[in-house]
Design a protein around this ligand. Sequence first.
Ligand code: GLP
Length: 261
Amino acid sequence: MEVVIVKDAKAGGELIAGAVADLLARKPDALLGVATGSTPLPIYDALIAKVRGGGVDASRARICQLDEYVGLPAGHPESYRATVLRQVVEPLGLPAEQFMGPDGSAADVQAACEAYEEALAAAGGVDLQILGIGTDGHIGFNEPCSSLASRTRIKTLTEQTRIDNARFFGNDIEQVPHHVITQGIGTILDARHLVLLATGEGKAEAVAQTVEGPVASLVPASALQLHPRATVVVDEAAASKLKLAEYFRHAYDNKPEWQGI
Ligand code: GLP
């Protein structure tokens, strides 16, 4: 696992957008997995700016969701489909055919989960998966004690995650669904490159456990330790509980530039 400590969220966004740009230069039709939440927005802003500036051609990029709420009416503005369309797909100027996600409004949720696994495999797998992290260490919506081998499935949110996400639902926790579809940890680990961004002090404990704690389903993000190419990008505040912070800085400062992240 590589840990990169950056000055702030904007610098993290620039760094990761740069990695996406490099990927698209190598593989124009790369499948980019995107996360929702506030944290990855600087990545999307930086990427959109590069595309609009003409430095990056993302016209053949394909985008896929990590997770989705269950039971919101189709088109609900806070569904992750609507969110990713608004924040990533439309600003990049991509047609809806280049975007996929699980169907959170399906009558048969189990079938929707299986269909999404099949669609990801048929698309050739995710090339780069952007991840955020929940305050309880979740990735996607894999709450603590999710199987490290799990595949796309329905999960029940913890109360903490519903409290954390209530801000997207007018601060009314009653509006936050209890159930979600999420790529499993095993599904996420199938991506070729995992890039997790965490910013702010509220994520410091989860980051420390993810990076320096044992691999444990209690901290789902710790499964990144099992991946051959996982990059954790953190700002100073999110890095504040890392025991090896100085080593991570030293390693990154001395890394050959051609390696990227
Ligand atoms: C939700 C999403 C996660 C995201 C997390 C953290 O639970 N399902 O993918 O990482 O929120 O969100 P934020 O970045 O807003 O803290």
